[in-house]
Design a protein around this ligand. Sequence first.
Ligand SMILES: Cc1ncc(COP(=O)(O)O)c(C=O)c1O
Length: 496
Amino acid sequence: MLAAATRTSASVASTSASASKSLAPLISRPRRYLATAASGPCSSYLSVTHPDSSASPDSEVGKTLARFDASTLATYARPTVLLTRGKGLDLWGKVDPAKNEGQGEWKYLDFSSGIAVNSLGHADSQIAQIAREQADRLVHSSNLYHNEWSGELADRMVKLTQEHGGLGMAKGAGAKDELKVFLANSGTEANEAALKFARKHAMISANKAPGEKAGLVSFTNAFHGRTMGALAMTPNPKYQAPFAPLIGDVHSGQYNSFDGLNDLVNEKTAGVIVEPVQGEGGIFPASLEWLQALRKRCNEVGALLIYDEIQCGLFRSGTLWCHSEFPVDAHPDLITMAKPLANGFPIGAVLMNKKVADAITVGDHGTTFGGGPLASRIAHHVLGRLSDPQLKESMTASSAHLFTRLETLRDHFPDLVVHTPEKPSPRGKGLLVGLSMREPSHAGKVVKLARERGLIVLSAGSDAVRIVPSLIVTKEQVDQAVDILESCMLVLQREA
Ligand SMILES: Cc1ncc(COP(=O)(O)O)c(C=O)c1O
């Protein structure tokens, strides 16, 4: 397995050992973290403080949500809370005052960062200022003309990759390969572009007719997006079945398995797409040896290797790219990114090496919105902030603390949390962390129990609780979040 985030043996901060294993005390006002491994899990959040049913139908919020639901396609199941504002990791929701002692809103601690997006937190004031300035200057002008910011963004992304490592350049080696960037609007669009580039490259480099070397390979448990091409690479019947037929010549292999790799990736393969750490699939890191085997096989058959770093890239796993510090024989030809690149403003991008770029000519691909000056300027700023060494230092410390606290939680609840060689808990890298539940339905249950106690986390895969806070998260916030999770586990235990 790839090295997980640095785990220190430093004990969690503790001032008292008074937290009891007893489920009896229902303390409605949460207190700061006081539990230790010795003293037992935190029981301060047993009672519901933020019920999902936070609005009766005749309240103002209830009526508003009913009006919204009447005209909005129901593709999501959502609690009856209307989120209105955020700051850092805090999120406020408008609720029915009758459900909250007369208060019209309540506050959540967001450990989902809008599904691994808001790496710099909510409502960042510098980003707000930049967005305001640029919106006053130029929002859109089309890709038929240059603008002041898309080139700056591409330039910064390439230079940062040369400095931090990635796409065949080892960190600190001083190599400066010519990389190129294509800007899009979302993760799935970035993947569509990468898949198209792989097919075009195969045709040009192998001198084949269209379709002769067009095979695309992805792996079990992957998530690459919802558009037809990216969806075809997401071999999960839940997402694919209603929309068949998807694009053709797509093949699926077993993630982290060497069996049959040479047949799977063959002379007809144009591209192989893989997440170095699977996110939606349940937080599973690829093994370094397997990525090296993929790289080797792609070289043998002239296929491109695409890393989908939409969830694990851009410092979420601790380094610029998830693969930045891997040996270069495990580096890809292209990477796709999106989520945190503009901290919540829609954007996606493909970063590629010269051999890919050389196969693409004017007119091969395009987009109306991608690379617009507003999104590009925000992303340029975000990239600068994310690569600040101080942020990396504090994020590394918070990650280590999160792992330490979750290991303690796991040890408190061996009856609830899975911990096997195939599914270690906690697992992941940096601040992309998962915890598998023995009873798969408990993952969604923990998400709900936590939300009803003021903490937002996510589920992933078949049985995992996914924890992906902003990279600015503090150790104190980690303590509060894990305290709440410990109380949720106690509630689950009681129900069992
Ligand atoms: C690894 C990965 N790839 C692709 C996507 C799709 O990105 P988007 O929702 O921006 O289209 C996601 C979204 O969760 C993702 O996690």
